[in-house]
Design a protein around this ligand. Structure first.
Ligand code: NAI
Ligand code: MG
Length: 393
């Protein structure tokens, strides 16, 4: 097997804390790769006026495999204020580098597994009689990652041509009296090829990993065109997978049901925004941000990242308190992607063993309020958590 080069984008804040932990685990498991650091995030916006510098894009173009930590995004006002003096008044606009990266490389398939580890004190429990039960959650969300409500086609005060075009739709009459400067419009665009790709990936995954159902989670009864297209495409694709059931839920009802019977679901298929919502919902049942990993995959390039952000308030804490598991699980997804699933499985077993034993727990697992004093209450440091995982490999 040829040696891979991984583009390492630590980013901002705790991205810089958790990335080295994942790399330590990859080294300990014997993953033989080259690493190349690439910049992304706020520092690059401030100093270069571009949070996703061309060099980073070139490296991803070349090596096609990325590990990403987290970045900091700030408001429009702060973005303008913090820009280096020589870049001010150049008409630069801040755009999220992650969204841009997803769109640039067409990383249209986002996968977010949400699986409970036994004895994780953060696992969802359900009241039963006098006691409670802890359903085993094993859900994998497939989220269309480039279109939908996050496609970026939006206006406040839409230009005349846009308004005129929209007014060809009968439902625009309801807004007929509203001045354009008082109108904000964000378009939700789905394309059939993108729906087909994500639906196919979801069913293939379900087949490969033995899931019994794929649930389209949208809102086709109200958002008839876009959600309707996703549902229709899923039905067509499902014909090739007779052993897998196709279910359909509405996003609102799904959010309620996942707090009632989360163990009933397997693979979930959604557009961009509802996929974002439902994956956060399921992640909350299996440990939250400290455990939530994800993959962004296109036809050529794939980037793996924890779902959490840069948690700037914890950036400077030394020793660090944050949970490295989400980042380490993201590295496991990378190993799976490049055909090194056996190594990924061993890392996940080691994580499971540490969680099950319950001796080493970061502050989030103990439900402590984050801060330098969490160690007095038995919390492990970020590095101690990684050490425990490595010791179990
Ligand atoms: P966040 O995910 O950074 O933090 C929210 C809270 O979750 C933190 O206060 C912390 O209590 C907890 N948390 C996050 N990661 C954790 C970990 N590994 N272990 C234990 N606890 C953890 O989201 P927040 O505070 O809304 O945003 C902070 C910055 O991150 C913002 O600038 C935001 O734009 C950015 N962000 C970046 C994302 C990314 O890079 N993919 C995603 C979400 C936010
Ligand atoms: Mg989110």
């Amino acid at each position: 097997m040829t040696k891979r080069t991984v583009v390492v984008m630590s980013g901002d804040g705790i991205g810089k804390t958790v990335m080295p932990e994942a790399l330590r685990v990859l080294e300990a498991i014997g993953f033989d790769a080259d690493y190349v650091e690439a910049g992304i995030g706020w520092k690059h916006w401030v100093e270069e006026g571009d949070p996703l510098p061309p060099r980073t894009i070139e490296l991803l173009e070349e090596h096609r495999l990325g590990l990403f930590g987290a970045i900091t995004s700030k408001t429009k006002t702060k973005a303008a204020q913090e820009l280096a003096p020589h870049l001010k008044d150049k008409g630069l606009t801040y755009y999220s580098p992650i969204v841009r990266m997803r769109q640039h490389f067409d990383l249209d398939i986002c996968v977010r597994p949400c699986r409970s580890f036994a004895n994780n004190p953060l696992n969802f429990i359900r009241r039963k009689g006098e006691g409670f039960e802890e359903p085993q959650v094993d859900v994998v969300i497939f989220r269309q990652n480039t279109e939908g409500l996050y496609c970026g086609v939006e206006w406040t005060n839409p230009p005349e041509g846009v308004r005129t075009a929209l007014e060809t739709h009968a439902k625009m009459k309801a807004f007929g009296q509203v001045a354009s400067e008082d109108l904000a419009i964000s378009l939700r665009i789905f394309s059939r090829p993108a729906c087909q790709r994500i639906a196919r990936e979801a069913f293939e995954y379900a087949r490969k990993h033995g899931y019994r159902s794929v649930t389209v989670c949208e809102k086709p009864n109200v958002i008839r065109e876009t959600s309707g297209m996703m549902e229709e495409v899923a039905r067509q694709v499902s014909a090739d997978y007779p052993e897998i059931q196709l279910w359909s839920t509405n996003i609102d009802a799904q959010m309620m049901w996942l707090t009632k019977n989360p163990e009933d679901y397997g693979v979930i298929l959604s557009g961009n925004m509802f996929g974002d919502i439902v994956s956060d919902g399921f992640a909350g049942l299996v440990g939250g941000l400290g455990f939530a990993c994800s993959a962004n995959m296109g036809k050529r390039v794939a980037v793996f990242e924890p779902t959490h952000g840069s948690a700037p308030k914890y950036e400077k804490l030394d020793p660090s308190i944050v949970n490295p598991i989400a980042m380490i699980l993201s590295a496991c997804m990378m190993l799976d992607h490049i055909g090194q699933g056996e190594k990924a499985a061993r890392i996940k077993e080691a994580i499971a063993a540490v969680v099950a034993e319950g001796k080493v727990r970061t502050y989030d697992m103990l439900r402590l309020t984050g801060g330098p004093r969490v160690f007095e209450h038995g919390a492990a440091t970020t590095q101690q958590m990684t050490d425990a995982i490595i010791a179990n490999l």
